[in-house]
Write a protein that binds this ligand. Structure first.
Ligand SMILES: CSC[C@H]1O[C@H](OP(=O)(O)O)[C@H](O)[C@@H]1O
Length: 352
């Protein structure tokens, strides 16, 4: 750790709590004005919470789904893991269908299946240990990525981030927000900007609130102000998370990321993607093959329950977009940094 900096003070939010009998989820639809946990007692309740964005963020939905598999196991009897897997598969499919773009959901469920396949009579304990391992490994990866990403940022830099990639979106500490936490703690980042991230407002409702809990000042900007901010010279890096990183480095992330990358390149700013290796999908060759989630257009027709658009107006609501690898300066994962990513450089770290 850089200078043995104590990061715990930067990492007190836990959006996912396993009680041993149920999963408690910090309901992110109610933040920042209400900190309330909902209790999911079944795998289908977990799937519903993922789809409704009560729990959100690529790593967090993978972790929640893993615990959902543990909850599904409570409803079946089986002599070994293989028999259990056959009975669990319908519930695992419903969990997998909760959201399509973030690969972490499918990755976590595939890992739970692999753990079950070789398990004997203790398959329930194996399943629970695997879910806990996924969460524990994610937190460790975030702490490591924070250090690795911060090391790329020169002291006194300004940073713009998009959406929410913090403790709320992970097992803790965050991905892009983990780099910002580490960069602030090391004195490398002097100014943090967060954009609002319409339509779900992850930036204005979640990111600036999360940083406020740490005592880190962040300045909120309108999404539309991002290019003007970069032109003003106040930021040196744009640092974002990811939902799926393809074999050639193309990266799916929250809608609006692509235009930030275009503007960053135009203004000579560096563009960093931060994500654990569980977000890397070497089975998808390029970004044009990623399924982009489209949510209910009504999310665009109002704010906080108040309608802002005349009746009868149509809306199109894709909630992710794909940034081509050519616009990315560095992809930071806990397994290594891919600078100027392309298929060859991705393969060097993640294999075929
Ligand atoms: C570390 S979270 C990664 C990713 O997840 C978010 O999407 P959503 O809020 O819809 O779950 C956003 O794209 C973040 O960048």
């Amino acid at each position: 750790m850089a200078n043995d900096i104590e990061y715990d003070r930067y990492d007190r939010i836990r959006p996912i709590r396993w009680t041993g009998a149920a999963l408690e989820l910090l309901d992110q639809r109610k933040l920042p004005f209400a900190v309330e946990y909902l209790t999911a007692a079944t795998s289908d309740e977990v799937a519903g919470a993922i789809h409704a964005l009560a729990v959100r963020g690529a790593p967090a939905i993978g972790i929640a789904a893993a615990w959902g598999a543990v909850l599904a196991a409570r409803d079946i009897d089986a002599g070994d893991g293989a028999a259990a897997l056959a009975k669990l598969e319908p519930a695992l499919q419903r969990l997998n269908a909760a959201r399509p773009t973030a690969v972490n959901l499918a990755w976590a469920l595939a890992r739970m299946r692999r753990a079950l396949a070789g398990a004997g009579g203790d398959w329930r304990d194996v399943l629970e240990r695997e879910a806990q391992a996924i969460a524990t490994e994610d937190l460790a990866a975030n702490r490591r990525m924070g250090e690795m990403g911060a090391a790329l940022i020169a002291p006194g830099s300004g940073v713009l981030t998009h959406c929410n990639t913090g403790s709320l979106a992970t097992a803790g500490f965050g991905t892009a927000l983990g780099v910002i936490r580490a960069g602030v703690a090391q004195g490398r980042i002097g100014k943090v900007f967060a954009d609002e991230t319409r339509p779900w407002m992850q930036g204005s409702r979640l990111t600036v609130w999360e940083l406020q809990q740490d005592g880190i000042d962040a300045t909120l900007i309108a999404d539309a102000a991002a290019s003007h901010l970069m032109k003003s010279g106040q930021v040196d890096w744009v640092v974002v998370g990811a939902d799926r990183i393809c074999a050639n480095g193309d990266t799916a992330n929250k809608i609006g990321t692509y235009q930030l990358a275009i503007s960053a390149r135009h203004h000579g700013k560096k563009f960093m993607v931060v994500a654990p290796s569980s977000t890397v999908d070497m089975d998808t060759p390029s970004g044009d093959l990623i399924e982009i989630e489209e949510r209910d257009p009504s999310e665009l027709l109002g704010v906080s329950g108040s309608r802002t658009v005349a009746d009868g107006i149509q809306a199109w609501n894709p909630v992710f977009d794909v940034t081509p690898a050519a616009l990315i300066d560095a992809i930071v994962t806990e397994k290594g940094i891919v600078e100027h990513p392309d298929a060859e450089r991705m393969k060097a770290i993640f294999g075929a």
